[in-house]
Design a protein around this ligand. Structure first.
Ligand code: HEC
Ligand code: HEC
Length: 468
């Protein structure tokens, strides 16, 4: 049997002949694990029928008729854009201000970015900005662009300084933690609010987009009514693609509602390219930036909706990102991994890193319909304490809140990108243990349980995370 067929059979077995009581079946299958002596059914296949072998592969159940669109989207994701004007026209319009020339430049191998080793490196890290009042910065807009087309000054160079700290764990292990501080030359005006972000991994995002809003909201507990110390707030954001205010799911503070919105925002802010959703060809350059405003654009009334990136091109890039599969788990039945899974539950990690969802039935989108998925995220915002805070609100998300990072595929970070793995929104953690030890706020009790674990239990927890 092909793996695809096997998954279909498996899903049927899961669903059973009667489809009437979906809700009860979904509740049963998404309940927390209680037995840690063996893996749960389907646990090894985190994206259901969309599960693949490694990063950057199309969802295994993507119909053959759509593979060409995926491949075209991939080429556009990797395409290097150039400054206007050029003879080729279809590839120009980069900038005037930009951070990178391609999506792949920041999301290498569809994996995550990392903190830059020097100001010259394009590493997938950006510095979000706002003025003292929280509105976009009056001169630099919403992000520092450290590159520009010829004749236009870049906004500044970003380098990092590191603040170090140490933590001692039960058993005597000492862990060194480091936190990045952004240094911009020339210096930003006093009072500027900043937020360092690395590009997240891009896997399984179409499935996260398919999760029913009601299933996400069901876990939200904004005022911690149940008194478990974990709140969880839903982000509400304006969606340019849908034209409504809706649930935010993407970005480290859940600032984007859909993948089409996110891709269009990336074209505009990270690369200075206009789309039908963000029609300004000068991207993030403000009225105060006259050289940027006066630079030639790649827009062309006769071409591509008149935008630098047409609606069709945007759709293909969004389609690519939507249909990236999630790699299968490794070592699910390994005794150490199972012990680590038990430790994950005992420490309270699933309260935010929600293991499972079932996507709603959708006859128009069979590939994403009624799939049991294992993202290990509730897609909600949590107060993670002062250590992780950027002190810069974004929409409803406060300066201490972050969206729970999905953990699927996290053990393959290094394999995907080819560079040493770093974790958390700004890539400060050099190991999974460091990432856990930075948890504070609502997650402080979970962190403390990890610090107090016997060394072999802690090692099992890490082995479990590496198997995801
Ligand atoms: C300059 C670096 C850079 C470039 C270029 C870039 N991204 Fe990103 N990407 C980021 C960062 C940083 C984030 C996190 C943003 C946030 O926290 O709001 C991100 C977030 C995302 C997300 C959300 C992932 C999630 O888990 O929520 C998607 C999807 C995405 N980018 C797609 C794209 C696409 C498509 C392109 C090209 C059109 C692109 N990116 C270009 C840096 C980049
Ligand atoms: C209160 C909610 C909450 C709890 C409880 C929690 N986490 Fe997290 N976790 C988050 C959030 C939010 C982030 C993203 C933080 C950031 O990027 O700054 C995160 C990030 C992570 C990351 C880094 C992910 C990445 O892609 O870089 C790991 C690993 C992780 N958590 C593991 C754990 C483990 C293990 C536990 C249990 C000991 C745990 N978390 C408990 C909310 C939580």
């Amino acid at each position: 049997m092909t793996t695809l067929l096997k998954s279909c059979v498996a899903l049927l077995a899961l669903v059973g002949p009667a489809l009437a009581d979906d809700a009860a079946r979904v509740a049963a299958v998404t309940a927390w694990a209680a037995d840690f002596t063996a893996p749960e059914p389907f646990e090894a296949r985190p994206a259901g029928a969309a599960t693949v072998a490694q990063f950057a592969e199309p969802a295994a159940n993507l119909p053959l008729t759509r593979r060409m669109d995926f491949t075209l989207g991939e080429a556009l994701f990797e395409k290097l854009w150039v400054a206007a004007p050029t003879a080729t026209r279809a590839s120009d319009g980069l900038g005037p201000l930009f951070n990178a020339r391609s999506c792949a430049g920041c999301h290498p191998g569809d994996g995550r970015g990392r903190p830059p080793q020097s100001a010259a490196e394009i590493s997938g890290m950006v510095l979000k900005l706002s003025g003292a009042d929280g509105a976009p910065h009056p001169v630099h807009g919403s992000q520092l662009q450290d590159r520009a087309v010829p004749g236009v000054p870049a906004e500044g160079a970003l380098t990092l300084a590191w603040e170090e700290d140490t933590v001692e764990l039960a058993g005597g292990e000492v862990v060194h933690l480091r936190r990045p501080l952004a240094r911009v030359t020339p210096e930003l005006t006093p009072g500027t609010q900043t937020s360092l972000r690395v590009a997240p991994q891009l896997i399984g995002l179409g499935l996260l987009e398919a999760v029913a809003e009601a299933d996400i909201l069901a876990q939200a507990d904004p005022d911690d009514a149940d008194g478990d110390g974990i709140s969880g707030r839903a982000a509400r954001v304006w969606s340019p693609a849908a034209g409504v205010v809706t649930l935010g799911r993407f970005g480290h503070k859940a600032g984007a509602a859909s993948l089409r919105d996110m891709a269009a925002a990336a074209f505009s802010t990270d690369m200075g390219l206009s789309t039908p959703l963000f029609p300004d060809p000068a991207g993030d350059c403000t009225a105060a930036q006259t050289a940027c405003r006066a630079a030639p654009t790649g827009e062309d009334a006769g071409l591509r909706d008149g935008r630098e990136v047409s609606g069709d091109t945007l759709d293909l890039v969004a389609f690519y990102v939507e249909n990236l599969g999630v790699p299968a788990r490794r070592k699910v039945a390994d005794p150490q991994v199972l012990a680590g899974k038990e430790a994950f539950y005992a420490a309270g990690c699933p309260a935010c890193h929600r293991p499972k969802f079932v996507t709603p039935r959708n006859p128009d989108d069979p590939a994403r319909s009624f799939q049991l998925i294992w993202p290990y995220s509730d897609l909600l915002l949590h107060d993670m304490g002062p250590g992780l805070a950027d002190d810069r609100a974004e929409g409803l998300a406060s300066g201490r809140e972050w969206r729970t990072a999905p953990l699927w595929g996290i053990g393959l970070t290094e394999a995907a990108t080819g560079h040493p793995a770093t974790y958390l929104h700004d890539g400060r953690a050099r190991s999974l243990l460091e990432a856990i030890l930075w948890h504070g706020g609502e997650a402080a009790p979970a962190r403390d349980r990890v610090a107090q674990m016997a060394p072999e239990t802690r090692a099992a927890l890490i082995a479990y995370l590496e198997s995801l």
